[in-house]
Design a protein around this ligand. Structure first.
Ligand SMILES: NC(=O)c1ccc[n+]([C@@H]2O[C@H](COP(=O)([O-])OP(=O)(O)OC[C@H]3O[C@@H](n4cnc5c(N)ncnc54)[C@H](O)[C@@H]3O)[C@@H](O)[C@H]2O)c1
Length: 308
């Protein structure tokens, strides 16, 4: 199948590309290379890989890129609340107007799969199911919620509300909670953690890639629906994550009374709907921390944001 990935040069996309190529799909990436293009260099050798440098806000170029695609995986976005807070206009235009363009650039003969987020739920006391009302608290969650709604109304879309990703990818992100904590444990040797009982839910970036392939392979029963994507086994408090990190590093952890998450993410999510169709995650948080600790000890990185 011909698969177009908008924003395919990022953290998720660079993990997804080889998974799709490995399944025999023809993969086109449409990305404005906000973080550079080094991460996609290994794929150019593959005749089934194509790259188009472009912006999702450029309707004409997006139309050309999407014309022949059987499937469009829509990842392009300004991602995370710190990045959106820093450049709110950019976040609105890319996340919302860029998605409006994608609707104009595609038709209902194509399958769209949208990377939405659990941040759409906001702060919820009950277990979040796909029916839980959305109450996004940050600009990031608000723009993702708007884009998800438009796509589900207008196009043959599978909407995936992902847990928080973790793990190593060619374009590693260090602002994600587990990645950030492990990075700090290794580079500064201590962690100051607020809201230690807050519950979060996690998915390895490789399992995010598997979810897109699962959607393509099960499109008939999944289309026009929203799914929480993760695993019942992967809901943890921040304190539990820190204890796992302690097992792999020499970190000292201080649990503080001051500090708060702007997205107020404190929720337990049910993944029954997608698990019942046969999708589950394969990589545990402990495995991910092990992989991160090895990579971040060996290679030095700089990180502009933290998103805990
Ligand atoms: N990583 C997570 O925890 C997580 C969880 C839930 C959902 N998501 C969603 O998955 C998607 C991918 O996230 P990621 O972690 O790979 O982020 P990322 O920031 O690494 O990747 C985003 C990509 O989009 C590209 N991009 C940005 N603006 C663009 C524009 N105007 N036109 C074209 N391309 C543009 C960037 O260059 C980048 O390659 C996002 O939509 C995000 O909201 C991520």
């Amino acid at each position: 199948m011909k698969v177009l990935i908008t924003g395919g040069a990022g953290y998720v996309g660079t993990t997804l590309i080889p998974q799709l190529l490995g399944k025999g799909h023809e993969v086109s990436v449409y990305d404005n290379l906000l973080f550079g293009g080094d991460y996609i260099l290994p794929f150019f050798r593959n005749p089934d890989f194509r790259f188009i440098k472009g912006d999702v806000r450029d309707l004409n170029e997006l139309k050309k890129a999407a014309k022949d695609a059987d499937v469009v995986v829509h990842l392009a976005a300004i991602v995370g609340y710190p990045a959106c807070r820093k450049e709110p206009e950019l976040a609105r235009s890319v996340n919302v107007d860029g998605t409006k363009n994608l609707i104009k650039a595609t038709s209902n003969n194509q399958l769209l799969i949208y990377a939405s987020t659990g941040s759409n739920y906001g702060s919820v006391e009950d277990i979040c199911t796909e029916e839980t009302p959305l109450n996004p608290l940050s600009l990031y969650g608000q723009t993702k919620t708007m884009a998800e709604k438009m796509l589900l109304e207008e196009r043959n879309t599978i909407g995936y509300r992902f847990a928080t990703a973790f793990g190593v990818s060619p374009r590693i992100r260090l602002d994600l909670l587990i990645n950030d904590f492990t990075y700090k444990a290794i580079t500064q040797g201590y962690l100051v953690i607020y809201e230690k009982h807050f519950m979060r839910t996690f998915i390895h970036v490789h399992d995010m890639g598997r979810a897109f392939i699962f959607g393509i392979e099960n499109r008939d029963k999944m289309v026009k629906n929203i799914y929480n994507v993760g695993s019942e086994k992967m809901n943890y408090s921040k304190e539990q994550i820190c204890e796992f990190i302690k097992d792999k590093t020499n970190v000292f952890v201080h649990y503080a009374d001051i500090g708060e998450d702007a997205d107020k993410r404190n929720y337990v999510v049910s993944y029954k709907k997608i698990n019942q169709l046969g999708y589950d995650t394969t990589i545990t948080v402990k495995q991910g921390i092990d992989e991160l600790a090895k990579a971040l000890t060996a290679i030095e990185f700089k990180t502009p944001y933290t998103n805990v």
